[in-house]
Design a protein around this ligand. Structure first.
Ligand SMILES: C[S@@+](CC[C@H](N)C(=O)[O-])C[C@H]1O[C@@H](n2cnc3c(N)ncnc32)[C@H](O)[C@@H]1O
Length: 244
């Protein structure tokens, strides 16, 4: 379990849910199909997609989320809603430590792979391959290949007359490493009344490198989508891992 996202969890849904839900609904319309075994939501965050997937299926949705702050928001979202409580199982751990076998025929991982180092991605994808039954579908957003804009605004929203806004700054810190600094601001009558920041380590990977890692874990590509999403099928036999 981690205390990362301890600052971000407060602002995540307010600033980003509207945009994220539009993307998630479009991707689910296209790729979810009708799962019969179960669903895995990896890096489930505040549970936005988790709840969409409950509404669109009849199977258990496994929400995998290591950060306590994000899980707290997720549990609040589930609280008191029997249709969600009976169908979501929360796993308070990282993908690398998933430890589940054959629980899903649909897996989903958006906006998360960039938090994992190369070795963590390999371990995570191997754990995912064990958790997904052969023939199952994986919808995964690739880690970024490039550092991205030096600075970008997050969406902003009015709340009780206050303006909540945010920005993300990206600084390269090594050949495949970046640091993302998220700053959140609350302004009242045009005057800044709060500012909070949180910094995350990010890991870059080329498309080719990530494709190799998927293949090594036992996933064959079947399509692509936006933003930077790969659709892959869990193949029956995992390729032998090279020695060493
Ligand atoms: C940017 S948030 C995205 C949340 C959600 N997928 C979305 O798109 O709204 C990334 C999430 O991945 C989680 N995460 C980070 N490392 C992880 C790991 N090793 N395994 C699973 N989730 C992880 C974080 O705690 C965080 O909630």
């Amino acid at each position: 379990m981690t205390d990362t996202y301890s600052v971000t969890a407060e602002f995540y849904d307010l600033l980003q849910a509207t945009q994220f839900l539009r993307t998630a609904e479009r991707l689910l319309d296209r790729w979810l199909g009708t799962p019969h075994v179960g669903i895995l939501d990896i890096g489930a965050g505040t549970g936005l997609a988790t709840c969409l997937m409950v509404g669109r299926s009849d199977v258990t949705v496994h929400a995998v989320e290591p950060a306590a702050g994000m899980r707290s928001v997720m549990l609040s979202r589930l609280a008191g809603r029997s249709e969600l409580l009976s169908r979501v199982r929360v796993h308070a751990r990282g993908l690398q430590d998933l430890g589940l076998s054959g629980v899903a025929d649909f897996a989903w991982c958006l906006n998360t792979m960039g938090s994992l180092s190369r070795a963590e991605r390999a371990a995570g994808l191997a754990a995912l391959a064990t958790a997904v039954v052969p023939g199952g579908t994986l919808v995964v957003q690739r880690p970024p290949a490039e550092p991205g804009a030096e600075r970008a605004d997050l969406p902003s929203w009015q709340l009780g007359g206050d303006l909540y806004s945010g920005e993300v700054a990206c600084v390269p810190t090594g050949p495949e490493l970046v640091e993302w600094r998220f700053t959140y601001r609350v302004a009242r009558d045009g005057i800044l009344i709060r500012e909070e920041s949180e910094t995350f380590a990010g890991h870059l990977a080329t498309e080719a490198e990530f494709a190799e890692q998927l293949a090594a874990a036992g996933f064959a590509p079947v399509g692509t989508d936006e933003p930077d999403v790969v659709i892959a099928r869990r193949i029956r036999v995992r390729p032998a891992t090279p020695a060493g």
